[in-house]
Design a protein around this ligand. Sequence first.
Ligand code: ATP
Ligand code: CA
Length: 624
Amino acid sequence: MGQCCSKTGPDAGHKSSNNTTVPSSFDDYSASTAGTDSVVSTNGRNHRRQQNPNVSPGPSSAANGHHSHSSKSTPAHSFAASPFQSPYPAGVRPSPSPARTPGRKFRWPFPPPSPAKPIMSAILKRRGGTATGKPKEGPIPEDHGGEENEGGERPLDKSFGYPKNFAAKYELGKEVGRGHFGHTCWAKGKKGELKNQPVAVKIISKAKMTTAISIEDVRREVKILKSLSGHRNLVKCHDAFEDAQNVYIVMELCEGGELLDRILSRGGRYTEKDAKSIVVQMLSVVAFCHLQGVVHRDLKPENFLFATKDEDAPLKIIDFGLSDFIKPDQRLNDIVGSAYYVAPEVLHRSYSVEGDIWSIGVITYILLCGSRPFWARTESGIFRSVLRADPNFDDSPWPSVSAEAKDFVKRLLNKDHRKRMSAAQALTHPWLRDQNCTVPLDILIYKLVKSYIRATSLKRAALRALSKALTEDELIYLRDQFKLLDPEDGFISLKNFKTALLRNASDAMMESRVPEILNFLEPLSLQSMDFEEFCAAAISIYQLEALEKWEHIASKAYENFEIEGNRVTSVEEIAKEMNVGPAAYSLLKDWIRDSDGKLSFLGYTKFLHGVTLRSSNMRHHHHQ
Ligand SMILES: Nc1ncnc2c1ncn2[C@@H]1O[C@H](COP(=O)(O)OP(=O)(O)OP(=O)(O)O)[C@@H](O)[C@H]1O
Ligand SMILES: [Ca+2]
């Protein structure tokens, strides 16, 4: 297994020093992250990458004004050793260089995507390294074999309760892929239904399970794969086995290779038409996962495989190794995933399913332009870019990309997770509307309706006025969702929410306790909602605020509110509504009109928003 040889990069011709230890002008971080490269790059990606003759560093390096490298000397398997390294951070363009060849395919300043590596802290936690100080040098311990965990207190239980007769049922063949946590082999069924059928087997070594977390990860991966099996864009899981050495996950074999390889073989870019069909498939399977209460947490082009070698083969999501169950209102806090694709709120340690949507935004950005939106040489540099940088939508090829496509990507890459589209919503975005995809039930609807039925009458009136200001475009999504709830004579009630959810339920949904949300919809058993009220209940104020048209929508909404919702109120009442104390009174005074004691336009929009007032003695409060 190749240790990371951290030389090269486009500037290797100019500097002879080791790339990972050279502090760059834009990145003051180097030592600890750079050191970690050696740990994570022991994944053997080079084996796979070298099979791809289309990965040529030439164009991008040339565009950067550097000399091309001969690909034979540059293993592209690790980030630090990628031949596509650019010395420029996200958003910074190289000055025009004499080496730039007009008409080249890549006039884009950033390198085409290379395999992403897991976020260091995640690896350390799961592999039992130390999160502080210098990480262990050398390869990840493979033959620990010990039955004790780090602390040495309790032996780790490495029995999973899976059948032990893998060898009797399958004949193992050559390796077809390798990740950081396991390797995958071709295999053939020896008997039964899969006799002589080719399958893929992910083999995870028990010796590498050195922490309780890593064991739990495998257990969960199998559970999630098994219970979600069935969606056309999700790899089918046939079986799981174990023996003393390994866990074996037997899956449908995807012969078409990784999405990453297809991106690279197309010179780093997809046409909009082709990108759309990829994005629709990603969104539809992710919407399905989210409805089941599963968050994937590691969406990247390496984790989408094509079923066959055909150009239009279906795309399959794989690798639920970092996935987790999530309750509708739960926030997760462990930082996992791959740096290029990680959402800002994951780095802030408070996230939910929207993190996956961000990753799809990153992938879509790459599909459309061939470069990563957030890029730097070190992990911390990438993180900083994710947290602060605005992706480049100005340079080639963006001017020739449709406005809808750009709007689509921007609405997935919103740094505020509340403003991001959900997967089901994204499927109804104008960019994808010509794809005629079936829109799945959106779990977001359940969350929004839940808080609507608990809202005060003033808040409901405010939302109703807002929903009447929506344009036909925005109503398309709501109409689809309403239809999925199967209204009777134009009305829905608790029963409809129940039936729709259970119609889509898998075992995963029981585990993630999604149906619990139905208990919170109990008040609806006595009422019903028509489409108009459903719209008021199911709109997200945060998402609307993110729209360019927001000001226009807000003023129209306020006009409606003035006619049928605005009434005399008081600072005390509003403070109670907003869940803030007397310290906020002076601020809230501005929200109420002196002339008649009703909400002003400012007051209306702030009230809708459910502001987070920042003051030491005011409570933070989000309406979710
Ligand atoms: N069903 C399959 N059919 C064909 N190849 C597969 C299949 N599943 C996995 N592979 C190949 O094996 C590689 C590693 O599998 P997987 O991503 O599940 O492992 P991992 O170690 O968890 O990965 P990572 O390093 O991304 O965490 C994949 O990138 C892919 O190339
Ligand atoms: Ca993977």
